[in-house]
Design a protein around this ligand. Structure first.
Ligand code: NI
Length: 163
């Protein structure tokens, strides 16, 4: 089932997501819908926050052919180092791309959709994507990392488009 995606500056994108206590069939059903919604958009990452579910769950696939679906539940970044600048976009901020500086290399710990713990090392596109999606769970958008001037311009542009 396709889920509606919240758009900036919707205040619900600012809600801090709660940890998932039990990975059950209702969670797996949401994971399935989130993958479907992300692929349809199309996008390479989607956080539950963006579909108005305020629990700590993200789905990612940075491949060109939908071959690397990755689901992270209760993700935690346990190591990060280096810096890199990457041009980012977001399904909640359509048609807007800006460079953001993030850690170049991260190690993340999470549960998969069967509730099994795993660790993953990531860099470049995948690393950036994981950091971007975990930000969503904390109510943070990539545009929050930009200058106040750029944020003001984006807000004006968005308000005009919504009138
Ligand atoms: Ni996003």
């Amino acid at each position: 089932m396709l889920l509606p995606i919240l758009h900036y500056p919707d205040k619900r994108l600012r809600i801090k997501a709660a940890p998932i206590a039990k990975v059950d069939d209702s969670i797996r059903s949401l994971v399935k819908d989130m993958f479907e919604t992300m692929y349809e958009a199309p996008g390479i990452g989607l956080a539950a926050t963006q579909v108005n579910c305020h629990i700590r769950l993200i789905v990612i696939d940075t491949s060109d052919d939908k071959s690397q679906p990755l689901c992270l539940i209760n993700p935690h970044i346990i190591e990060k180092d280096g810096e890199l600048e990457w041009s980012e976009g977001c399904l909640s901020v359509p048609n807007y791309y800006e460079c953001v500086t993030r850690a170049n290399h991260i190690k993340v710990k999470a549960l998969d959709q069967h509730g099994k713990a795993f660790e993953l090392e990531a860099q470049e596109l995948l690393g950036v994507c994981i950091q971007h999606e975990i930000d969503h769970l904390d109510g943070i958008l990539f545009v929050d990392h930009l200058s106040k001037l750029k944020q003001r311009r984006l807000l004006e542009k968005t308000r005009k488009a919504q009138q």
